[in-house]
Design a binder for this molecule. Structure first.
Ligand code: HPA
Ligand code: ZN
Length: 332
């Protein structure tokens, strides 16, 4: 069995705010004099037990208030990329959520400048490239998302696309049709979380009404055979996050995860980490957990890594380079 931390891979479902490790939360709270309701590290760690998506969202939104300065946002990126690169991640299409930062008084430009400076130094130090996707919170209004998209455009934000995250149930894709239409006019890539908790219909709706190019999670598509067929035929990528699905109780155990069934059905599935500081592992750890649970061969692991390259928004030339790095990994 080959070392999966050396398998070249692309991370396509990663929330930068979800990479804040508990130690860093407390360190930044001290540095920035932010009051948090935790007695100590042990108390904070004890809260990483989730019953569903919302119970996790409550914690991540409370913790991201420690991000205050440009340097904080820069450090967030560099710390994450250092860890990801050690696990074989060669390129990241990372989510960040501008709305909660701006809502608590952080200027958008500060967030963007911090992320951009972190990306530049991470690329220099590790050779891992990072592109940004701005995610809108689906439990906030479409008007607010439209205003944020306009603000991002006005700021010349270095983003390649938009996404949709936060509470899925009760906030269907249809709510954001105008935002996605506008993003299309701006030439941005479009992805959305769907079928994590919202059912297979949420995936179909996101494809039909938001014209998304990739589905984030999408695991509940398994309940709709016609949709499975559609995803396979169209080659629509799914960015799955197995350890996240276990921790948020979308599946009972990893052995119950539908990823093997998607592979069997010929769907372009990829393996990602979602919010690694909260769900017990970065990309390589998710790959390892799948191998340990399903006994996947090195060939299957390489196929998953190739899928991550194919599913990315990288230019063809860089895709070809990364695919040959994966060929070299399997050949040795
Ligand atoms: N789902 C919805 N919202 C999120 C997630 C997720 O997996 N991670 C961070 N915000
Ligand atoms: Zn996510």
């Amino acid at each position: 069995m080959r070392d999966l931390s050396t398998l070249p891979k692309v991370e396509l479902h990663l929330h930068l705010e979800g990479t804040l490790e508990p130690e860093t939360v407390l360190e930044l709270a001290r540095r920035n004099k932010v009051e948090l309701p935790y007695a100590d590290l042990e108390d904070l760690r004890g809260r990483y037990e989730f019953t569903d998506l919302q119970s996790f969202l409550d914690l991540i939104y409370a913790n991201l208030t420690v991000l205050q300065t440009e340097e904080d946002f820069s450090d967030l990126v560099t710390a994450y990329v250092a860890r990801a690169a050690a696990g074989g991640v060669r390129h990241v299409e990372a989510f960040f959520d501008p709305q909660p930062h701006v809502a608590r008084g952080i200027p958008l430009q500060r967030v963007l400048d911090g992320l951009a400076s972190g990306i530049a130094s991470a690329e220099r130090d590790h050779g891992t490239t990072v592109e940004l996707i701005a995610c809108f919170h689906r439990d906030r209004s479409e008007e607010e998302a439209l205003a944020m998209l306009a603000a991002l455009e006005e700021a010349g934000a270095p983003i390649i696309g938009i996404g949709l995250d936060s509470a899925e149930v009760g906030n269907p894709p249809a709510k954001f049709q105008r935002v996605y239409a506008r993003a299309g006019e701006l030439g941005l890539h479009r992805v959305a979380h769907a079928g994590e908790e919202g059912g297979a219909a949420s995936v179909t709706e996101a494809l039909d009404l938001l014209h998304i190019e990739r589905v984030d999670h999408g695991i509940q598509a398994i309940d709709d055979p016609a949709l499975m067929d559609r995803l396979a035929r169209a080659g629509t990528p799914l960015t799955m996050c197995p350890l996240s699905n276990v921790r948020l109780r979308c599946v009972d155990t990893l052995a119950d995860h539908p990823l093997p069934a998607f592979l069997e059905a010929g769907v372009l599935v990829t393996v990602n980490s979602d919010d690694p500081a909260y769900f017990g592992g970065y990309a390589d750890t998710n790959y390892e957990a799948l191998r340990a649970t399903f006994g996947f061969s090195d060939e299957v692991m390489a196929r998953l890594a190739r899928n991550s390259v194919t599913a990315s928004f990288l230019p063809e030339g860089r895709k070809t380079e990364l695919l040959s790095e994966i060929d070299a990994w399997i050949a040795t």
